[in-house]
Design a protein around this ligand. Structure first.
Ligand code: GLY
Length: 570
């Protein structure tokens, strides 16, 4: 009897264990299937996931993540800047929203030239004149209003950001190091110093409190668009401008509106590529280059082999030459998008290059490269269970923009005006030629390279979202990620980890990361007449999400994240 009892207990425990193991396996397999948020901040990614858990969709989540980034990633995810959204909805709609900064009414073509008519880098990048009218708040609110689920109020969307600003958040290694790196520049502005400089160096685990930013976010929470573009926040921005020689007026703020644009849509093999059109150059160039690549057996070329890098360099040369001449703000410039993204044009352009030799860039077109774009930008994205995919790339241009915080409002001002061509048609301080398409004009948006991109499969389901930081290198980083996923069957994390190369017509060079090539490949590329230049600090920083076999795979670029993958899933 006693033995029977013991056997019963043993069997019972065994059964319980089996149930537990099966339940855990089921839980694990469920994980990563409900939604994913990828951003440069784990805190902000978790905020997005919380919105999905509360019944929000990808658009609620991306807006909440965006506002949280304004607190946790002040270098780039800032409400003082602007950006682009590219999305593909569960019902099959492709969307792109342009909330890029606009030149103020008082901007003028030669505003960054000194008395000698030369480009003045300090005014263009460090003064209050360098700021365009910010678009981020208007853009995030529009996305929420037009595509959000309606299940969550604006107050619920903004609550986590307000909490992290008011009560503080814990600095990770990446942010602490970044604050220390910019300490001297932060010290140059009283408002910035008060918030971002403390006696000792910042370290991982410190808590930073941003009371003024919390007040600004509360005003947005209470009054929506008017909480930023009118009333107290607008008055603080205008005072900051008036006190420091900036150009943004109250009317500029009141007039700001983001704009839905036709997304650039192309095909690559069986896939649909949805990306951002002008005022970004990214989508046009990515589609144009994929059209060219379709004429080659890319699948059989190893990434970073001589053949692959040569081909990539040659098509990038062609595409970036077009960028310089043809692209600008569509409200001011007629962009020949249909031509640039057609399969026929891709074939025509390919006649100019050879697989046997590098083509000197000067033979492709005359002019030069606008290399003034910075590396400090950020990409974040969301995929939800319903099939909505949304990606935003946003920037205040350089790290912490012009390093000046709006006094009393707690956020950094962008220095996006420097993305314009400061001296159209004439060589600038670097000997570079500016371009009419991107000359400074009141109310105009500067040309960007930000390329939030969604890849859709042949059942019209979004399967990949990717974007990057890195100025002109954004476009080639996104392109290489797409090729690695679609042609080389890498998952998005591996595709982003793989060493990158970059080239862009002028300068006539291939930039490469440390582990891109072995000596043999370097020699072979040199024999094809390429000039190579090692980049020590990494080429661009990409983030993305892929949906594969029903599960979300996330990627944070190890080039930028000292603290590991910052994405979240559930
Ligand atoms: N500020 C960098 C870009 O928009 O491309």
């Amino acid at each position: 009897m006693k033995n029977n009892y013991k056997t019963f207990i043993k069997n019972f425990i065994y059964l319980l264990l089996c149930i537990l193991v099966t339940w855990q396996a089921w839980e694990v397999s469920r994980d990563n299937r409900n939604g994913a948020v990828s951003s440069t901040s784990k805190i902000a990614s978790d905020v997005g996931i919380d919105m999905l858990k509360k019944g929000g969709n990808a658009f609620d989540a991306i807006a909440a993540t965006g506002f949280a980034l304004a607190v946790t990633s002040p270098a780039n995810g800032n409400i003082g800047g602007g950006g682009f959204l590219v999305a593909h909805t569960a019902s099959g709609e492709s969307v792109s929203l342009d909330f890029r900064e606009k030149a103020p009414k008082l901007a003028y073509e030669k505003m960054f030239l000194n008395d000698n008519g030369e480009y003045d880098r300090t005014i263009a990048l460090e003064s209050h004149k360098s700021s365009g009218v910010p678009g981020t708040v208007n853009g995030l609110l529009k996305i929420l209003n037009d595509y959000g689920s309606g299940n969550l109020s604006l107050q619920e969307i903004l609550a986590p950001a307000i909490d992290y600003a008011e009560n503080g958040f814990v600095l990770n290694k990446t942010t602490a190091r970044s604050f220390n790196y910019y300490r001297d520049q932060f010290n140059g502005d009283e408002g910035t110093k008060r918030i971002f400089v403390k006696e000792q160096e910042w370290k991982q685990g410190d808590i930073i409190i941003q009371k003024d930013l919390a007040k600004t976010l509360k005003r947005i929470s209470a009054s929506g668009n008017a909480g930023f573009y009118d009333g107290e926040t607008a008055n603080l921005i205008v005072k900051e401008m008036n006190d420091n020689g900036g150009l943004i007026s109250k009317q500029d703020l009141l007039d700001y509106d983001s704009a839905y644009r036709e997304p650039v849509i192309g095909t690559y093999k069986d896939y649909k590529i949805i990306s951002m059109g002008p005022p970004s150059s990214g989508g046009v160039l990515i589609v144009q280059m994929l059209n060219m690549l379709e004429n080659f057996d890319v699948e059989s070329m190893k990434r970073n082999s001589t053949e692959f890098v040569h081909l990539l360099t040659e098509i990038q040369r062609l595409a970036y030459a077009d960028r310089a001449t043809h692209l600008g703000d569509p409200d001011f410039w007629d962009n020949p998008i249909a031509m640039l993204t057609s399969k026929e044009y891709a074939k025509e352009r390919l006649d100019l290059i050879s697989m046997k030799n590098a083509t000197p860039s000067i033979e492709i077109a005359h002019g030069s490269w606008n290399n003034k774009e910075s590396v400090e930008t950020t990409h974040y994205s969301v995929m939800d269970k319903a099939g909505n995919v949304a990606g935003i790339t946003t920037t205040i241009n350089l790290s912490y923009g012009n390093k000046k915080v709006v006094d009393g409002a707690g956020f950094f001002l962008n220095n996006e005006m420097d993305d314009f061509s400061s001296k159209p048609g004439v060589g600038n301080a670097f000997g570079l030629i500016g371009f009419d398409a991107n000359a400074i004009q009141p109310f105009k948006r500067p040309l960007s390279s930000m390329s939030p991109t969604v890849v859709v499969n042949n059942t019209d389901k979004g399967m990949l979202t990717v974007g990057a930081a890195g100025g002109s290198r954004i476009i080639t980083a996104v392109l290489q990620t797409i090729i690695s996923v679609l042609d080389h069957d890498l998952t998005v994390d591996k595709a982003i980890d793989t060493p990158r190369t970059h080239s862009q017509w002028l300068p006539d060079q291939i930039f490469y990361e440390k582990d891109s090539f072995n000596e043999k490949t370097i020699k072979e590329l040199q024999e094809l007449n390429h000039t190579l230049k090692l980049v020590e600090y990494g080429i661009a920083r990409a983030h993305g999400i892929q949906l594969k076999n029903g599960k979300f795979i996330t990627a944070s670029d190890k080039r930028g994240e000292l603290d590991g993958n910052q994405a979240s899933t559930y």
